[in-house]
Ligand binder design. Structure first.
Ligand code: SF4
Ligand code: F3S
Ligand code: FES
Length: 237
């Protein structure tokens, strides 16, 4: 472990007193294996208690500390100092209203999530034990079950920045998880919801979402499969 002197610039904004966001600089000493989240805590706890950020698990599970670190969407708890160097910039994720400093209003993001009916739909009574599925059928949506709804993908997407009505890659990933689940019966409704200008067709394959995903989900592949299901009228391909 090596101790480093860090220069950390944070985009600060308090709507109660500021007309617009401004950069504030902090000097911090931290080990090279510290998380950027630890660095933000050191600033908040020992230098400036007014710094506002959102986090919970600190282990890449809850998805609550997505931010733009050195120009790239990442989770602060999954980003180590030695990944980003001694000059660190931190900004709130883009395309959602800033509430304060690094905390954005996630409601527009979750509204899009709810739009795609992200729950299991099957009106048939379940069998006595469980609804069986082959390993091959389970594999079809394995990747998209890993989503933690952090919004790194959607808030790195130029189509979403251009028009917030686009449901965004995260919502499509969540829809994919159910569309390709052989036990689910809600496909017609879900696919119809996504077969619109602000559904999958707003995706221009910019690929930022794949770069941004901290769970390494192949987001564009999932979006492509949903587009294919719409074009072919089936998920059997
Ligand atoms: Fe986050 Fe990846 Fe899910 Fe997008 S697909 S919300 S980047 S975990
Ligand atoms: Fe946006 Fe990803 Fe499509 S960045 S345009 S959702 S490939
Ligand atoms: Fe939970 Fe980072 S704090 S993912």
């Amino acid at each position: 472990m090596t101790m480093l002197q860090l220069n950390v610039k944070i985009l600060r904004f308090n709507p109660e007193v500021d007309k617009k966001p401004h950069w504030k600089e902090y000097k911090v000493e931290a080990p090279d294996n510290a998380q950027v989240l630890d660095v933000l805590h050191l600033i908040k706890w020992y230098q400036d208690g007014t710094l506002t950020l959102r986090r919970s698990c600190a282990h890449g599970v809850c998805g609550s500390d997505a931010m733009v670190i050195n120009g790239r969407n990442r989770l602060a708890c999954k980003t180590l100092v030695h990944d980003v160097g001694t000059k660190i910039t931190v900004e709130p994720i883009r395309g959602l209203p800033v509430i304060k400093d690094l905390v954005v209003d996630m409601e527009p993001f979750f509204a899009h999530y709810r739009e795609v009916l992200p729950w299991f739909i099957n009106p048939d009574a379940p069998p006595l034990r469980e609804r069986l599925q082959s390993p091959e059928d389970r594999e079809r949506f394995d990747d998209t079950t890993k989503c933690i709804l952090c919004a790194c993908c959607t808030t790195s997407c130029p189509s979403f920045w251009a028009n917030g009505r686009y449901v965004g890659p995260a919502a499509i990933v969540q829809a994919h998880r159910f569309i390709f689940d052989s036990r689910d019966e809600g496909n017609d409704e879900r696919l119809q919801l996504l077969d619109q200008r602000f559904g999958v067709w707003s995706c221009r394959t910019a690929f930022n979402c794949v770069e941004a995903c901290p769970r390494d989900i192949n987001v564009t592949k999932a979006i492509g499969e949903v587009k294919k299901a719409l074009l072919f009228g089936t998920t059997d391909f």
